[in-house]
Structures are given as C-alpha cells and as structure tokens.
Design a protein around this ligand. Structure first.
Ligand SMILES: [Zn+2]
Length: 473
C-alpha cells in the first residue's frame, strides 16, 4: 500500500489531499468532517485516501477498550458508568487513529455489531455479549466507504445507519440484538467515501440525496494536468521525509489545539447567514460546513483568525453538491463584491483617520498575496457608456446577479428541477477538480450561447426595467 510519502500531489488530487487534511485536523479537535470524493476510474481516489492512513496521529484510549473510550470521558457500555478509580486502574494505551473500511457488500451485523458467538458458547462462562461492528470500533477514527453509490443503491438499511451516524455531530448509533437491551452510542468518526458517478448506479446525489448532503465536503478528483506531474509519478520522485515531518509531525496536535480556539468573526458569520438566506441554500449543513472548513484551513496555516480567503477556498467543496453551477458562480461574485465593499469601507475609514481594529492586520496576515491599494481601487469601476445611457433615459438596468440571487436560489430550494441533475453531470466531470469557483471549466452550460443580437433586435423587457417595474416585482 502506498503511504503519503509515495504520493505525487498534483493539481488533480491536490484538493482531495487538502480536504482530507482538514478532516483529520478537525477530527483531532473533536468535530468530524465527512468527505466524499467523486471521480472516474483510475484517477487514484482510493490510493490517496488509503495513503492518508500513514500520517494519522495516535490517540489514547482505555486499555483494551474495543470502543476506543477516551480515558477522561468514557462512552462505551462497559466503561461509561464505571467508578473513576476502577477505570484508572485499567490504565490507558496509545493506538493509531482507527481507519476501518466498509465495502458496498457489507452486512448490517459487521457494520453495527452482532452477538459475540464465541462468548455464547464458552463452556466456562457462557454469556450473551456484543461484538462491536465497524462503526463503534471506529470511534475517534475514520471509516472509509468505497463505492458509496452502490452501497446506497443496494443496502437501504446500511444507508439509514450512515444517515444517523452523519446526521449530527456527534452522530448516533442504535444497536439492537435479540437477548440484549437496545442501546445508543454516540459516534465521533469521519466518514470518507469514494464513488464513480459515471458507473452504475450513477451519482450518489441522484440515488440518495439525503446521504449526499451529509458530506461536508465533496471533492472532484481530476487527472494530473501537466508533464511534470506525470513524470514525477513515473519516476517515483516524491516528498522528502523533512517535508512530511514538517507538515504532519507533532504540529498536527498543535494545529488541532489552534482549531479548537478559532471562531468566526461577527462579520464573517453574518456574511454566511446572508449567503444562506439570500441564495436560498437548501441545507443548513452547507453553511456549517463552510464555517468548519474555513476554520480548519486557518488552523492548517497556523492562524487563529479566519480570513475571507479561507471561506472562498472551501466554497467549491462545500457547495458543489448542494447548489447548481450558476448559483456557485454568483456566490463567488457576491464575495468579490463583499470584499471590494470592505476594501472601500476601510479606505474611507483610513481617510477619516479612524482605522478599524485589525483592518490592516487582516491583509498583512494573508501574506505577500495582494496589494491592499489595488483591492481598494478595484471597487471603483468606471461607469460604462451603457450605464450612462440608461441613466440618462431614467431607466434602471436589469441586474442579472440580483435575478439569480432571488429566483435561482428559491427555485432550487423548492425541489429538484430536471436541470439540476443535468447540471450536476456537467460539473462532476470538469477537469482539474480544483476548488476555484470562477474556473470556466467548472461552469455548467445550460444551453448554447445565443448569437449576438443588436440593440434594436432586443425587446425592451430583456434588458431594461423602469423604476415602476421594479417596484411591482
Ligand atoms: Zn470503553
């Protein structure tokens, strides 16, 4: 099996590696992040996922506990009500973060738990006991489900179990076996899944939409796009030990600590609220995932402050399975406008000699990326000839971005337009698989672009609205 050291990271798999790193970090900080990777066969989805196993840090558990009880906070049936002194006499042990797999043909008993037959037929101590399945044993770890679309198609009862496990944080698992009292366990584990939407039975979101929505991140796996990456794959020339230990050494724990302390600023929280309401995003999980992802990204970069850039960089993986391509692009534009407004706001404050707390700091933390002056100026767009013409006629230009803002979003929340499904297909196979929302390859094309028409051929209502029209709308 390949380890992460053997893996060549290129533009096709970079966003998957990033998403999995954020997931591990967040798990260490106590909040699991579920990741689903979609891609064609042979792109190496499962190789990347399994390679992450090699960098998983260790956790402490009550010695010998199959449920990986946290010594300070035991949850399993055997230890949760135990006297603290008895518990500490059991001692603790360090184990690698569990990484278990569920195949699409798995049985309910092996996934949830079943009667431990060895103990039932034990001649000295016959008793009815439970043999915990994959999910309880993956507590504080990772469960990998390959071909999750096939599992969702052929095993509705396992799908229901996953829905429960991933529905809340922590999730829950109800175990019922004849002869034993039913009990409910909390579940803290990341579910990582892979699927090829191009093969039977198709994309997960078309089979079980609910399950698709449970994934915080959905990553599109691409192929290497340049010569150099392919050559590196062939030659096996890969990351050195120093790079890996710098990235994943003791610092994972430190960064998990940082993550626990990070919260979104008031400004960014209201920005997310605005996104959710304004664009009619169906699932509240979407904004929760954006917030979680942005914080994890800040922690990955050893920052305690979340930047707009963090939000922008997780938009693609948190929204591509939840909104259509056009809405995603409009959300990107909306963030651009927000950023330039912020820039303008700050400049006005600077001119008035009252700099807002931390205004400059936010930029400088971002590093050598952007020139603040340029950002400020970018917001003042020269008025186009067209705009001036319309203004002089006393008319208002029909704002395309506003239209999407209301109607596209609202339409989506009402249900499943057929266009949504077809849009999904276009998006899924976009090359590169990056998270850039403005990448033209990620843009869904609903219809061939219309031929250009002269002004005189357009009917007035296609471009112009009077103030009266707008009031009625
Ligand atoms: Zn235990």
């Amino acid at each position: 099996m390949k380890t992460l050291r053997d893996l060549v990271v290129h533009e096709g798999n970079q966003s998957l590696v990033d998403a999995l790193e954020m997931s591990i970090l967040s798990l260490m900080a106590g909040t699991p992040v579920h990741v689903h990777v979609e891609g064609l066969r042979g792109t190496g989805k499962t190789t990347v996922i399994r390679a992450m196993k090699s960098i998983l840090p260790s956790i402490e558990r009550v010695r010998g506990c199959l449920y990986n009880c946290e010594p300070a906070n035991p949850h399993c049936p055997a230890h949760r009500n135990m006297d603290p002194e008895d518990l500490s006499s059991l001692g603790t042990e360090s184990i690698p973060i569990p990484f278990l797999e569920i195949s699409h043909a798995a049985k309910l008993g092996t996934v949830v738990g079943s009667i431990d037959l060895a103990r039932v037929v034990d001649p000295n101590h016959p008793e009815v006991a439970l043999l915990p399945g994959v999910i309880p044993r993956a507590y504080r770890g990772i469960i990998f489900v390959d071909e999750i679309n096939r599992l969702a198609d052929t095993s509705p009862e396992l799908t229901d179990v996953l829905l429960d496990v991933m529905g809340t944080k922590p999730g829950r698992l109800q175990i019922e076996e004849t002869g034993l009292p039913a009990f409910i366990l909390p579940v803290i584990c990341c579910v990582w899944a892979a699927s090829n939407p191009d093969e039977e039975p198709g994309a997960l979101e078309d089979i079980r939409r609910q399950l698709s929505d449970r994934f915080d991140f959905v990553v599109n796996m691409g192929r290497p796009q340049n010569h150099d990456a392919v050559k590196r794959i062939l030659s096996g020339n890969i990351w050195g030990e120093e790079v890996l230990s710098h990235k994943y050494g003791a610092s994972v724990l430190e960064r998990a600590d940082t993550l626990r302390q990070i919260s979104l600023s008031d400004d960014l929280s209201s920005l997310l609220a605005e996104l959710y309401i304004g664009f009619g995003i169906e699932s509240l999980r979407a904004v929760e995932a954006i917030s979680l992802g942005a914080r994890a990204r800040a922690a990955m970069n050893s920052r305690t402050k979340v930047l707009l850039d963090d939000i922008r960089s997780v938009l693609g993986i948190t929204l591509r399975h939840r909104v259509d391509g056009a809405t995603l692009i409009n959300i990107g534009k909306f963030l651009d406008e927000y950023e330039s407004k912020q820039g303008k706001h700050r400049r006005e404050e600077r001119e008035q000699g009252s700099p807002r707390d931390g205004a400059g700091e936010e930029r400088s933390e971002e590093g050598a990326g952007k020139d603040p002056v340029r950002t400020d100026d970018a917001c003042i767009k020269p008025e186009s000839l067209w705009d001036r013409l319309i203004k002089s006629m006393g008319l208002t230009r029909h704002d395309m971005s506003k239209r999407h803002y209301g109607t596209e979003g609202a339409g989506l929340s009402q249900g499943t337009a057929a266009s949504r499904t077809s849009a999904g297909h276009g998006r899924r196979y976009a090359a590169g698989g990056g998270t850039s929302i403005a990448d033209p390859r990620d843009v869904d094309i609903h219809a061939p672009p219309a031929k250009a028409r002269s002004l005189f051929q357009l009917s007035g209502s296609e471009i112009l609205f009077t103030e009266e029209d707008l009031k009625i709308r």
